[in-house]
Write a protein that binds this ligand. Structure first.
Ligand code: IVH
Length: 680
């Protein structure tokens, strides 16, 4: 090999290792050590070199996470060692019985002597990852436990899954098992986007993860942020793999940069198992991902082997599950609630029932179509579900237990609160009250939203207080909150002077806020927290947002025509502008962040550069990409020549792509372009 090529290869190796390390720090440890811009620079450098020397591109290079063409179908993978299930326990007696069986099976062990590795039970999808000589080769679903589907192309897009292992001395073959899931925060963001795009919402993070993994086109999976957690390996005799305990195997995997739950630990005896269960149950809501219980595994591998398996589950492990999140009860009536944007939501009034430790008396029925689809009638026996902190919902009717005297429900033609006409536009599922802020229900919700934790965060301004303030015509809009005095508050029912003072202090404190919170607090239809942040980042000041046009708004990532129209409609309303002015006059303020708003002409990566766009980009239209480039002083031309600085290639790119490769012109995919545009 000539020495020039060798030195390029060395450079590539160094860059790839650096990028892998930063990826690991970012996606697994959640602790990046370099600024994003520096990461992007390295990544681009790697891309550039690989473009110039395509023969040196390897499948495990960090640039190759999203492969080429979508698959036609999944192929099957037979698991070398079956992927079994776990026996379940739902209470302490069953846990104690498990420990007793383990002690008996190990003969000579008495209670409180056996050591267990304990871990969260992830509520995701089981996968297995094959590494050959340290390189990720095949990834598959669990399937029926014996054969699964080959989803390598999708798993490769998950940044927390290493494409190559960072250690030289790894076994020739290593099979890592674990769970793919979607973090709760990424799930909310995804659903917020789905809502804005008018697409179907995912019921929970597990379904969202499943839907994302089942894609034939890895480009779709790549857009959904998925996470992987390792929980074990297929038995492996290699001396480099710890042979003594499960906890040592987990530490080994963490050393190979696989994500391992922080909550994994080792305890002794049944009492300690139960304490662990209770501890994790108490942290459940705060964990960044959903879990449905904890798993106990006899720690010593030798003991595991001795205990062996019964049917399809190991004797050495147990899943201690949280109580069911579903319950059966009777639907007593259906009421209609009016939301902040006037949406009329049918709500089921239920015979109280305990679901996962919480008493549920109301559950949402979403909308009239859902009621029809599920054929829910008043008087029915229904299944209700609670998941995490979301509103309980009616899942289905138990038809076998339908009483004779049920009655059907029809959506009212008028708002049940203010009597205004309710309308349901063609093609929409939701009926809305047309009363606007004339409707006390909408007014109350608007004020509650304004004061909510993620908006202006006015502590203590809850539903009861807002009801009184609105019903007594003391507060009509959020701006009136800043005119409240001690007298008005202290005169309200059940309001001592002390709590009135606390609320006034909280209102005062809320005056100092951020632009993103303020935009979110306005309650513009279709503008959730994530979009509000994008808008604040993009425009940098409220005035530039208020004066923006449809075209300006469409340049914001994730803002489509529907969201943009909602924003325009909101600011077109004189009443809304007046409320904003009054809020500002009362002293509500934030730091106008001109720095984060793109200084469009100063992006040196783009200014003066020539781009060629080819193929369909996954999320941006060509017009959008062009506008974004031009805003920053770049030029977009139609054909590739030596003068072209970048070629942006989407799906099915065609001859321009080949020409770019031939001329050694740097190629970007959509993400690469977005990074250059500083959109991500
Ligand atoms: S160990 C021999 N550990 O639960 C069984 N499984 O019912 C090996 N799961 O489909 C499984 N978290 O995907 C194990 N910490 C954990 C787990 C876990 C979730 C899932 C697993 C499997 C199911 C077993």
């Amino acid at each position: 090999m000539n020495s020039e090529l060798e030195s390029v290869q060395q450079q590539l190796k160094g860059l790839r290792e650096q990028i892998e390390l930063y990826n690991y720090q970012y996606y697994v440890l959640n602790d990046p050590s370099i600024p994003d811009a520096e990461f992007d620079r390295l990544f681009r450098q790697l891309q550039d070199i690989e473009q110039r020397c395509p023969q040196l591109v390897t499948a495990e290079s960090p640039t190759q996470r999203v492969g080429a063409a979508p698959l036609k179908a999944f192929s099957q993978v037979t698991h070398s060692v079956p992927m079994l299930s776990l026996n379940n326990a739902f209470d302490e007696t069953e846990v104690k019985a498990f420990d007793r069986r383990v002690c008996e099976g190990l003969a000579g062990f008495s209670e409180n002597q056996v050591e267990y590795a304990v871990e969260p039970k992830f509520d995701g999808l089981a996968v297995t990852l094959h590494y050959e000589k340290g390189i990720f080769k095949i990834g598959a679903t669990r399937g029926d436990g014996y054969t699964g589907e080959d989803i390598t192309h999708n798993l490769r897009t998950i940044k927390s899954i290493p494409l190559s292992l960072p250690v030289k001395a790894v076994p020739h073959f290593l099979e890592v098992r674990g769970e793919v899931l979607m973090l709760k925060a990424d799930f909310s963001r995804l659903n917020e986007k789905q809502l804005q795009k008018g697409e179907k919402l995912f019921a929970n993070p597990r379904n969202a993860a499943a839907g994302s993994l089942r894609q034939l086109d890895a480009a779709i999976t790549a857009k959904r942020r998925l996470m992987f957690f390792a929980y074990g390996i297929a038995p492996n005799q290699d001396a480099r793999v710890p042979q003594d305990t499960h906890s040592a195997v987990m530490a080994y995997l963490a050393g190979l940069r696989f994500p391992v739950a922080r909550e994994c630990t080792v305890v002794k005896g049944a009492e300690a198992l139960i304490t662990y269960y209770n501890n994790i149950a108490a942290q459940r809501e705060q964990l960044p991902y959903d879990i449905d219980g904890v798993v106990y595994k006899v720690n010593a591998l030798e003991q595991q082997e001795k205990l062996g398996f019964v049917a399809r589950a190991p004797r050495f492990a147990l899943a201690h599950k949280f109580p069911a999140q579903e319950a059966i009860t009777r639907l007593l009536d259906i009421d209609v609630q009016v939301g902040r944007t006037g949406a009329l939501t049918p709500v089921a009034r239920l015979e109280p029932v305990v679901v996962g430790g919480v008493t549920v008396t109301n559950a949402t029925l979403h909308n009239a179509d859902e009621i029809d689809r599920k054929d829910v009638r008043i008087g029915d026996t229904v299944i209700v579900r609670r998941a995490g902190d979301v509103i309980p919902e009616v899942v289905s009717v138990v038809l076998a237990q339908r009483p004779k005297d049920t009655s059907t429900f029809t959506m009212p033609q008028n708002c049940p609160v203010c009597g205004s006409k309710a309308v349901r536009p063609e093609g929409e599922t939701v009926s809305r009250c047309t009363g606007g802020l004339f409707c006390p229900a909408q007014r109350k919700q608007a004020i509650l939203h304004f004061a909510s934790r993620r908006a202006l965060d006015i502590e203590g301004l809850g539903e009861k207080l807002v009801n009184q303030l609105v019903d007594n015509a003391i507060v009509k809009t959020p701006a009136d909150l800043y005119l409240l005095g001690l007298l008005a508050l202290a005169n309200l029912e059940r309001m001592a002077e002390r709590s009135a003072n606390n609320i006034l202090a909280a209102i005062e404190k809320s005056k100092q806020t951020t632009l993103a919170r303020f935009i979110y607090a306005l309650g513009i239809r279709n503008v959730g927290e994530a979009i509000a942040k994008d808008l604040a980042r993009h425009f940098g000041s409220l005035d530039s947002l208020m004066n923006s046009s449809m075209d300006d708004l469409l340049l914001v990532p994730d803002v489509g025509p529907v969201v943009a129209q909602s924003i325009l409609d909101f600011f077109a309303e004189a009443h809304n502008r007046e409320v904003i002015e009054r809020l500002r006059a009362s002293g509500v303020h934030w730091v106008e962040n001109t720095e984060t708003s793109p200084k469009l002409s100063e992006n040196s990566m783009i200014s003066g550069k020539t781009f060629v766009l080819t193929g369909a980009l996954p999320t941006m239209t060509r017009e959008e990409a062009k506008a974004q480039i031009e805003q920053r002083g770049g030029k977009v031309t139609g054909s590739v020549s030596r003068k072209t600085d970048y070629v942006v290639a989407g799906n099915d790119p065609g001859s321009k792509y080949e020409k770019a490769v031939g001329l050694g012109i740097p190629l970007l995919d959509e993400d690469g372009l977005k990074k250059l545009l500083q959109l991500i």
